[in-house]
Design a protein around this ligand. Sequence first.
Ligand code: CA
Length: 614
Amino acid sequence: MNRVCIFQAITLLMTAFSSTDAQKIERIEPPSWFTEMKEPSLQLMVYGKEIGSFNVVADYPDVRVTTLIKTENPNYLFVNLDISPQAHPGNVRLIFTRGKQNLTYDYPLLTHPAEVTRGFDASDVIYLLMPDRFANGDPSNDNIEGMIEKVNRSNPNGRHGGDLKGISDHIDYLKDLGVTGLWLNPFLENNQPSFSYHGYSITDLYRVDPRYGSNADFKNLVSKAHGMGLKLVMDMICNHIGSGHWWMKDLPSGDWIHQFDDFTRTNYRASTYMDPYSSERDAYLMEKGWFDRTMPDLNQSNPLVETYLTQNSLWWIAYFGIDGIRMDTYPYPEKNMMSRWAKRVTDEFPGFFIVGEVWYQQEALTAYWAYDRINSDGYRSNLPSITDFPLSLATHSAFTESDSWTDGLARFYLTLSQDFLYPDPFRNVIFLDNHDLPRFFTQTGMRLDIYRMALPFILTTRGIPQFYYGTEIVMEGDKSRGDGNLRKDFPGGWAGDSKNAFIGENLEGVQKEAYTFTKKLLNWRKESEVIHTGKLKHFIPENNLYVYFRYNNNESVMVILNNSEKESRTITREKYSESLKGFTKGVEIITGTEIEDITSFIISPKTAMIIELK
Ligand code: CA
């Protein structure tokens, strides 16, 4: 323990024991704040027995208490502070008084992080992993006193023991694979009796679940990732909390969550937000119904809830230096609050990346939430990016169905032709699958030739690719067998695993082939500027053949997908002459083959070619 730690420990002890009677402050959230934030106001949620009947002043230069807000629950007090731009870092002494009773609390005001954001764009590929299922770096934290659910690796829906150390131990593997960022499924405390592994039932919004490690471990993980050139996306949820959240034992107010006489589920029909004919009943249930029995629905229309959630997001960004947020179930909370949330986050940290999960099958419904789009009803989401489910779902059928006016590769053509709906479709996050979808390999009949077409597509079309862990070794996952089946353990993440897929030499057969192919393509994409920033032009698919170009003033990459099961196709210059002008030959980057004459060449059946034109 160094001197600073000792000082902090003493300060904490002083804070905890500053009162001699039973009266105490149990929690103040956010637990710390920062100097020089663009927004000078800060609202503290103070929790403690009958704390609502106390008065509060701040004894600290350039910080003052402006107002106190009480709810019907006397155990809460909301303290509005004004932190002037001149305020220095230090412990802000808050003095709580009631009659002759006196409590003090030293509230940490930390130095503003000079540079927090690196942002994400189409030069990135984001590796999505579920912390419980990637690697168990520390078996000693598998079971923790006080955490209800214990480890049980034989239960697909149980906890398997993966943790932050497991991720940290394999950052070199991820860097080597060729991704540029990590998105971790949620890893905050989920002290729930079951299904706690997926992380979407948060019971403490300021604490890393101790079965994954500590807040300090997460900070170290972010630093290590940054040191190796990888960015980090944190998964957040504003829509709901876990039923085991400490609020549920003593709600700040009756309207903190949406409450019903009987359990009432959302109808999951997020089209009610933009549907001009939506019934009020449907819209009401969509927003206010609970996502699940164990996921109480927060009332974002309560301004105290809005401020709490917004400050919570800002705190994780500023304190840990994360590079992006993936916001779960973006259309489920009150949509105007979410728009203000996104604006506040990006105003405070310009360039900060947020991708909202907007899970629709249709392009138009997806685009309602897109960056910079102003809808006919005036709604603007302020989201920097959205998840492109329509394109993902197109990949699930395009390669396995017969070619027709609307099916087969025409799905890509038709989906992308609707990009006029998005002010900037190149910001869309695109993917073959994720933790909620059938794994692509399983969905398409476990055919490596299809994977060898689909990955080139997702890595060369417009957008920011997201890559689900284990895809590089074509892990299987069948949604009809439950979500746990989509989230199997990465082989080698646990001591004693029969295979260690973190070491390439251990792989064989299709896994080895898939891994080598994926690594090669990801590392090529990482250096290919024309894929990062170039324009897109595509040609109408015909006869199972889809051709498009990514190009700028100097470079051009030609991508060809031949989805025919048996027939080769001859590519002739005539049809693509407008895009081939000035080029005579090319290098196909998957095979490394030189194409000496681009006026006519052949592509084999069920094959993708990526040709750097010369
Ligand atoms: Ca563990």
